[in-house]
Design a binder for this molecule. Structure first.
Ligand code: ADP
Length: 490
């Protein structure tokens, strides 16, 4: 079968820059694509942190000190290249210090949308200079969602891209890149400005993600259930009509797991390895986690882990009353790693003060600790209000760390509620997004834990699950081929 030429645009990718699941997903995805020998070029911004950690990136001769006009200002960008560790895959970094030399990947600066407009247009211009004619431009999230519009307007006469098509993958519809309508002047669309969403302009806004939905040749999202959920209110978050207006709909493809990174049999971040045939190492990880976290409970006390962005989406509000009551009433312990909103930091810090030795909280981003929490906890809590796919529940299954999840999005697609009578199921799934439901789920899972035989069965079921990327990549490939051949989605 003919190989595909893929141009992948992303605002973050592991191992270079990560704030959440997008980085893991794109990193694993491009590895899989390149394994199938497709011609893959990945583009991402050269953030200050990436430059500091990768000083030997090579300049690309064809793309040096190029000028782009954005918001009546000339910006200069160049391209630097490295190879994805362990592969020959080229990763191109858009170097524009005026935009990307900032302390964090994302900012609340007034020009945030311009940073990613520059990135998107720099990628198209770079492809031109490199003579690279992708079959598919694969865009991820709002940051790169204007590419389909540019391709169909400003660059429509470009012979190099005559056969190029675009695919937008939505990793989280809660982030749409909404800017004031005045930003139209930043876009340098010329006459094509009349293709911007007129109703939104009238309301005084431009919605980046919405234009991706309207102009991409295919739209995908990261689980089948989320694909359905976002086509209706409230989870479509205002974009449900735009999604429903697409004749070819939105395709839900569950993310996979990179088991090179996330498997207790070989995880480089843990010292005691274990697998489905030998759980012994899990106990050693629990010991280390308790010491690291400052927990003083016994080995037999069930330990609940959480690793999460501290954002409203993640359902932490549900725990405000539930968690203190649980820690008061039941023999259990909690360890949490997260960064984000101050009110959740305050909540978890309060728990630690109130339950010293039984509740632990680490504020910040800590990759090794994330692996240790997966390996050392008995159960893993994800009470998300919505969850496009979610990765930690799938990691948890492989680590025999029983997920407790709200039945939504990818959580619903990857965890089956355990039924003690039949012994089938892989975790605890609660239906209603409210405090009684999460309290029920926590208490139920603690009851299961107390029954050693039952718990062993549950761990075995969980560890037998396989969410490797292979199958999922085949679905993306089939979609890309259909789109490249002139089809339109499924
Ligand atoms: P989201 O992308 O919404 O944050 P996902 O479950 O898809 O949620 O992915 C989260 C990823 O980010 C996982 O790999 C998780 O381990 C990681 N992660 C989240 N918060 C932290 C943190 N504070 N420290 C280390 N890793 C984190």
């Amino acid at each position: 079968m003919a190989l595909l030429k893929l141009c992948i645009l992303t605002s973050e990718m592991a191992p270079y820059a990560k704030t959440g699941g997008l980085a893991d997903v794109v990193g694993a995805m491009v590895r899989e694509f390149s394994r199938d020998a497709h011609e893959v070029r990945v583009f991402m911004p050269l953030y200050a942190s990436v430059l500091a950690a990768n000083p030997s990136l090579q300049p690309v001769a064809e793309v040096q000190q190029r000028r782009l006009f954005i918001a009546s200002t000339h910006y200069e960008f160049s391209l630097k290249t490295g190879r994805l560790p362990g592969t020959e895959l080229p990763i191109h970094f858009v170097d524009c210090a005026a935009m990307f030399d900032r302390p964090t990947l994302y900012t609340t600066d007034a020009d945030e949308h311009r940073r990613f407009l520059l990135f998107t247009r720099a990628v198209i211009e770079s492809c031109k200079s490199l003579g690279f004619a992708p079959d598919i431009f694969h865009c991820h999230d709002w940051h790169t969602a204007f590419l389909p519009l540019y391709l169909k307007t400003v660059y429509s006469g470009e012979a190099l891209f005559a056969r190029s098509r675009s695919v937008l993958t939505i990793h989280n519809i809660g982030y749409q890149g909404i800017v004031p309508a005045a930003a139209v002047a930043d876009m340098e669309l010329g006459a094509a400005a009349n293709r911007l969403d007129a109703a939104d302009l009238k309301r005084g806004v431009i919605n980046s993600l919405k234009h991706g939905i309207q102009f991409a040749d295919a739209v995908t999202t990261v689980s089948p259930t989320y694909a359905q959920e976002i086509c209706a209110a409230p989870l479509g978050m205002g974009l449900e009509e735009a999604l429903r207006a697409r004749a070819s709909g939105v395709v839900g493809i569950l993310n996979g797991v990179d088991y090179q990174e996330w498997d207790p049999q070989r995880d480089p971040h843990i010292s005691a390895h274990y697998g489905p045939d030998n759980f012994a190492g899990k106990g050693a990880n629990k010991q280390r986690l308790m010491v690291t976290s400052g927990l003083w409970v016994t080995d037999s006390t069930p330990l609940i882990g959480m690793i999460t962005r501290l954002a409203e989406q993640k359902g932490i509000d549900l725990l405000f009353d539930v968690m203190p009551r649980l820690l008061e009433q039941r023999d259990c312990a909690l360890t949490v790693l997260g960064s984000g909103d101050a009110r959740y930091v305050t909540f978890f810090e309060g728990l630690v003060r109130r339950f010293p030795g039984r509740a632990a909280f680490r504020a910040g981003f800590d990759e090794p600790l994330a692996h240790l929490i997966e390996a050392g906890s008995d159960m893993f809590l994800m009470p998300s209000h919505y969850e496009p796919c979610g990765l930690n529940q799938m990691y948890s299954l492989r680590y025999g760390t029983i997920p407790i999840v709200h039945r939504t999005g990818g959580l619903a697609d990857s965890v089956q509620h355990f039924v003690p009578e039949t012994g089938a199921g892989t975790g605890c799934v609660f239906n209603d997004f409210d405090a009684p439901a999460v309290a029920w789920a926590l208490n139920t899972t603690l009851d299961w834990f107390a029954e050693r035989g039952m718990w062993r069965r549950l761990m075995q079921n969980a560890m037998a699950q396989d969410f490797s990327w292979g199958r999922q990549i085949a679905i993306y490939e089939a979609l890309f081929r259909r789109i490249a051949a002139g089809g339109s989605g499924p």
